[in-house]
Design a protein around this ligand. Structure first.
Ligand SMILES: Cc1cc2nc3c(=O)[nH]c(=O)nc-3n(C[C@H](O)[C@H](O)[C@H](O)COP(=O)(O)O)c2cc1C
Length: 188
């Protein structure tokens, strides 16, 4: 048995709706995670719209919580919906809040992305934009495999279970790669 320390992952989902395919994909990632990894999911539903005047008075409690969760995590896993060819405003807003100084917590974090979208590109354009923000914030994005669940409305059952074997395989591979990527970054 390996005596390597477990890797803690924080999941951040950019959709707030109950029946979200991205939230369901995140649950699938938790289901398929390898041994040696623990995943918790952030609640970003109470984060207000970014306002520099509010920030000047201190981070609102839901933002402070997110910042602490990001700091404490060994790695991040974004579930990234595609809205009008980009990431959702909900996700961008949470990232914008958490990214503000001092000690922006994303720096140095290994991070992976999964997407589920109604269109044929499966969220590829949103992931491209998220990756740009990740680079600016000094995260270490995992490149492969790309998890782009296209025509998501046909790939989950009524209970939100991902029924597509190809997508399930890719998510399993992504989680295994995230574990080794995070171990390399953290020397755990
Ligand atoms: C404002 C808005 C914009 C959207 N734009 C896109 C898009 O650019 N590409 C796409 O594939 N789907 C688009 N969709 C459809 C979403 O992929 C679909 O609603 C999906 O279920 C959202 O993710 P969720 O299930 O996690 O909430 C859009 C949906 C909304 C509400």
């Amino acid at each position: 048995m390996s005596d390597a320390k477990p890797i803690s992952v924080l999941g951040i989902c950019g959709s707030l709706r109950k029946a979200s395919f991205n939230a369901a994909a995140l649950r699938t990632a938790i289901e398929l995670k390898p041994a040696g990894m623990a995943v918790t999911v952030a609640d970003i539903s109470q984060i207000p719209l970014y306002d520099e005047d509010i920030r000047a008075q201190g981070f609102p409690a839901p933002v402070e919580t997110l910042r602490q969760q990001i700091k404490a995590a060994d790695a991040l896993l974004f579930a990234c919906p595609e809205y009008n060819y980009s990431m959702s405003g909900v996700l961008k807003n949470a990232i914008d809040w958490a990214s503000r100084p001092p000690d922006q917590p994303f720096a140095g974090k290994p991070a992976a992305i999964i997407s589920a979208a109604a269109g044929m590109a499966g969220g590829a354009r949103a992931q491209g934009d998220l990756r740009r923000s990740m680079v600016f914030l000094d995260m270490h994005p995992l490149n492969k495999p790309e998890v782009l669940i296209f025509q998501a409305q046909n790939k989950f059952d009524a209970d939100g279970k991902l029924t597509d074997d190809v997508a399930r395989g890719l998510i399993g591979d992504l989680m295994a790669n995230l574990l080794s990527w995070a171990r390399r970054m953290s020397a755990k």
